[in-house]
Ligand binder design. Structure first.
Ligand code: GDP
Ligand code: MN
Length: 383
């Protein structure tokens, strides 16, 4: 889960990081009041959960409170990468001398927390990684010994931070690592971390991604979820109690059990197709979950066929079949469906499907080959 810049800054300020004062505003009047309270030049920043706001025109300087109100009026309601700006952060502006990139990630490949720093700050780090990967410097945090300040000082040296700021930099890295650990973060990123004209370090942007699987132990952070900015399909699925991840293929999958979902995606690939999603309706799924799952999947215009792969244990095949059949009349569109249904009450399930004119495949392999075939066939060309 991502949280907004202003929320990330509030959290990081508690770790003593140097963050320019600011407050969030939902209207131009609130932005004017915020700017007046801060005094001097401020920066007005769109709060949306995507990067590249600066390039999109969502970050503007304002010298007076009236100007801040005018900039807020421009930015509020603006569309940035498909998201409408609902709030702006009004923060004290800083005079920038140098922009640096600093990020701390939970690095599965390295099996450690990795700290990344680059003198090429301000631009998107993916771009730096692609074009000049040698400009990103990394150190790993030892899982038992933890972060040591010499690691931060080494990074400071590597990216050319003036020696007199090296200790400050190392302390900032320490605080970011601590924030990542305490809050079960996957990423804590300051881009840019700046050296000001006065020669101090300031964090002028902040990004935090949290591990969804650990949110249960951070109720206060879980409450920050911005429902407006979730992938609509993933939100609908979460609200319906389904595990769902959208992918970019053409075959919708309805499966019970995460392991079976993985195996199903593999078999589809093996048969030459590509899955449009990962969807687990769970054990003991009722007809209603099946209906919800189908609606969510068919909302994706890329989907040209659907595969049901149900292994009935606690889940009863007749219940699933009933769900499929009862969903049919209300579906926004029809695509070919292939059903593999085995286990508890499979005969009843197949009979229900047969009555509705749907055929159940016998094996997982046959089902995946069939669904790949019908997904590729031009619409309306038979079965
Ligand atoms: P992003 O584009 O979404 O990553 O938003 P950022 O918060 O990183 O801001 C983008 C750019 O705006 C930064 O790289 C800076 O160049 C500029 N910027 C942001 N805040 C300030 C500020 O306080 N003063 C000045 N002069 N520039 C700023
Ligand atoms: Mn940034």
């Amino acid at each position: 889960m991502k949280i907004h810049e202003y929320q990330a800054k509030e959290l990081l300020a508690r770790y003593g990081l140097p963050i320019p004062p600011g407050s969030v505003a939902a209207t131009p009047d609130e932005a004017r009041a915020a700017a007046a309270a801060i005094g001097g030049t401020v920066v007005v920043k769109a709060q949306v959960l995507v990067g590249g706001r600066g390039k999109a025109g969502g970050v503007k300087l304002a010298a007076t409170p009236d100007e801040a109100a005018a900039q807020a009026a421009e930015i509020l309601g603006m569309d940035i990468k498909g998201i409408t700006v609902q709030r702006v952060l009004v923060a004290q502006a800083v005079d920038i001398a140098t922009e640096i990139y600093l990020g701390v990630i939970l690095d599965r490949t390295a099996k450690a927390i990795t700290i990344m720093a680059s003198a090429e700050g301000g631009v998107e780090i993916e771009e730096v990684a692609r074009e000049t990967p040698e400009k990103i410097h990394r150190v790993h945090v030892h899982p038992l010994a933890g972060y040591a300040d010499y690691q931060g000082r080494k990074l400071a040296f590597d990216i050319g931070i003036p020696p007199q700021l090296s200790r400050d930099f190392a302390a900032i890295v320490r605080a970011l690592v601590q924030a990542l650990v305490d809050n079960d973060g996957e990423l804590v990123e300051i881009n840019p971390l700046v050296i000001t004209q006065e020669g101090a370090i300031q964090c002028i942007d902040a990004k935090i991604n949290l591990d969804d699987n650990a949110l249960y132990r951070h109720k206060d952070l879980a409450a920050l979820r911005d429902l407006d900015e979730e992938e609509p399909a993933e939100r609908a699925a979460r609200e319906a109690g389904l595990s769902f991840v959208k992918l970019d293929g053409t075959i919708g999958c309805v499966v019970n059990g995460a392991g079976l979902a993985m195996a199903t995606m593999d078999t589809i690939k093996l048969s030459g197709g590509s899955p449009a999603n990962f969807l687990d309706i769970g054990g003991g799924a009722r007809a209603e979950s099946v209906e919800n799952a189908l609606k969510i999947i068919l909302d994706d215009p890329n989907v040209t066929a659907v595969l049901f792969n149900i292994f009935g244990g606690i889940t009863r095949c007749d219940e699933v079949a009933r769900g499929i059949v009862s969903a049919l009349p209300s579906l926004a569109r029809r695509v070919p469906m292939v059903v593999r249904l085995v286990g508890t009450n499979q005969e009843e399930g197949r009979a229900i499907l047969r009555e509705a004119g749907l055929v159940a495949a016998d094996t997982m392999q046959a089902a995946s080959q069939e669904v790949v075939r019908v997904a590729a066939a031009p619409q309306g060309a038979g079965s």
